[in-house]
Design a protein around this ligand. Structure first.
Ligand SMILES: [Zn+2]
Ligand SMILES: [Zn+2]
Length: 230
C-alpha cells in the first residue's frame, strides 16, 4: 500500500487490484483520533490499521462512506471489529448497500454490508447534511443514489469517492459500468464549482488540482455527447 500526505490533515492510502483503490485518513480537529473516509477492499484493513497506529494521532473514531459499493466498504467489518468505530452513510444509500433495493440499472440486489452496520446521517430540516469535525458532507448522487462527498474546508480538499475518475490531472466521468445515472452524476459535478477546492481526490485515479476550472467543459462535453446521440 502506498501512503501520501496530501494536506495538513489528510493522508491518502492507495492499493491495487486490477485497478487503484484509495481511502483517506483525516486527522480529527480536536486532536482526538482520526476519521477514515471510505474503506476500500477487504485486504486493505490490516494496512489501514497499521498506518493509523504508526501515525500516532489516536485511533479511528469514525468511518464515513461516500457510497455503498463493495469496493468502498471492503475493510469496514474488520476495522469495526478492532476499533468499534461507528460507520456513517447517507440514508438514501442504506437500502441499496443492505440489499433491500437493487442499485439502479442492476437486476439483482447486492448486500455489501450486513444490516445495521451503517448509521444514517442526521439530516437537518432544511436538508443540510452533517459535518464530521472539519469534514462537511454534500449529497452528489448519480454514480449511486446516495453518493456523498466530503469537503475539508481548512485544507481545501474535496474527497469525492466515485463522483469522477481522472486522467493526467483531467476530470473524467465515473466508470460507466458501475454508474446508475450518468446524467445525474454529471449534474452533481457542480458541487465542485460551488466549493472550489484546491485539490480533488477520487477513489480510482489520481488527484485533480483546481478542478472547478474544468467543470464547465466537463458538463459541455457530456451535453454535446448527448446531442450527437439524438
Ligand atoms: Zn462506486
Ligand atoms: Zn468505486
Amino acid at each position: 500500500m502506498k501512503i501520501e500526505q496530501i494536506s495538513d490533515h489528510i493522508w491518502t492510502l492507495k492499493s491495487w487490484m486490477f485497478f487503484e483503490f484509495r481511502v483517506w485518513i483525516v486527522a480529527n480537529q480536536d486532536g482526538n483520533g482520526v476519521t477514515l473516509v471510505d474503506a476500500g477492499i477487504e485486504r486493505m484493513a490490516k494496512d489501514i490499521l497499521a498506518f493509523v497506529e504508526k501515525l500516532n494521532k489516536g485511533p479511528i473514531k469514525q468511518i464515513l462512506l461516500t457510497h455503498g459499493h463493495s469496493d468502498h466498504v471492503g475493510s469496514v467489518l474488520k476495522i469495526v471489529e478492532s476499533t468499534k468505530a461507528p460507520v456513517y452513510g447517507h440514508p438514501i444509500e442504506i437500502p441499496y448497500l443492505e440489499g433491500d433495493l437493487p442499485y439502479p440499472r442492476r437486476k439483482k440486489t447486492e448486500q455489501t454490508l450486513p444490516k445495521d452496520v451503517v448509521r444514517p446521517f442526521y439530516i437537518e430540516e432544511d436538508g443540510q447534511l452533517p459535518s464530521f469535525g472539519a469534514l462537511q458532507t454534500y449529497l452528489a448522487p448519480g454514480h449511486s443514489p446516495g453518493h456523498v462527498v466530503y469537503y475539508h474546508e481548512q485544507d481545501q480538499v474535496l474527497l469525492a469517492g466515485d463522483l469522477f475518475t481522472s486522467k493526467k490531472g483531467k476530470l473524467k466521468r465515473p466508470m460507466k459500468m458501475f454508474t446508475g445515472d450518468m446524467h445525474e452524476a454529471i449534474q452533481s459535478s457542480r458541487i465542485v464549482e460551488k466549493l472550489k477546492p484546491v485539490r480533488l481526490e477520487v477513489c480510482h485515479s489520481g488527484s485533480v488540482f483546481d478542478p472547478a476550472k474544468q467543470i464547465a467543459s466537463y458538463i459541455e462535453e457530456w451535453s454535446s455527447l448527448q446531442k450527437n446521440r439524438i
